[in-house]
Design a protein around this ligand. Structure first.
Ligand code: ATP
Length: 211
């Protein structure tokens, strides 16, 4: 059974399809890159899946159930990281991580210092995030990937504002997650270093010929 299935799926803006409708089946353990030029609809597609954008045509199935009916199960198994780092800047790195861990029931096992060291933020646990750089905000947000074992990770441009070493670590984390049975759906404009991932190439919808 596919974890996630898109049938004749496209997102619309002003009643116009953004990209040629796609048919995709995504299974546990897969890494799937959504690719396409700027403006193709990659972010809109990910936001539609996560329930943040509802102007689309076609069908989304989660474990063979229409997403609308399986919404609660789907959201409880989802980790979504969008363009924004998704942290509260008035809180410290520790408080942000405790919050993320709390909503995933992982507070008891959370090792704040250990996780921050893994994202290159050793010693930053008790610094308010508003005193950090854009790349450091991003790292605090990404730190949750070290303890969030949600079956589906949806990551929109996760490598943005991350330096070379950070990118290598993040790629390793994604690969390890997939090997453990997790599914990762991501957008990125950079070539991925690992093998065996699938690419969904969004093609700009250019009129009736593609329907
Ligand atoms: N808030 C918005 N209001 C209206 N149109 C929008 C909005 N955001 C995006 N669009 C339009 O929707 C289309 C798809 O945008 P989207 O952000 O999904 O593209 P993308 O493939 O993620 O692009 P990029 O690679 O630049 O991040 C674009 O043509 C854009 O003009």
């Amino acid at each position: 059974m596919a974890l996630l299935q898109l049938n004749k799926f496209t997102c619309t803006r002003d009643d116009e399809p953004l990209f040629v409708p796609i048919d995709v089946s995504i299974h546990a353990g897969q890494i799937v890159q959504v690719a396409g030029p700027n403006g193709a609809g990659k972010t809109t597609l990910l936001r539609s899946l996560c329930g943040l954008f509802d102007s689309y045509e076609g069908e989304i199935l989660w474990q063979d159930m229409p997403l609308a009916k399986a919404r609660f199960e789907f959201l409880s198994q989802l980790l979504y990281l969008g363009h924004q780092p998704g942290i509260k800047k008035s809180l410290t790195a520790r408080e942000n991580l405790q919050w993320f861990a709390g909503i995933k029931g992982a507070v008891q096992t959370l090792d704040v210092e250990g996780v921050l060291a893994k994202v290159g933020l050793a010693g930053y646990a008790d610094i308010p995030c508003h005193q950090m750089s854009a790349g450091q905000h991003r790292r605090v947000g990404l730190a949750r990937l070290h303890f969030d074992t949600s079956p589906l990770w949806v990551l929109d441009e996760p490598f943005t504002a991350i330096d070379k070493l950070g990118v290598e670590r993040l790629e390793g984390l994604i690969e390890a997650r997939a090997k453990a049975g997790g599914t990762i759906l991501l957008t990125t404009h950079q070539a991925l270093s690992f093998e065996g991932y699938t690419t969904i190439e969004l093609e700009k919808f250019s009129g009736g010929a593609n329907v």
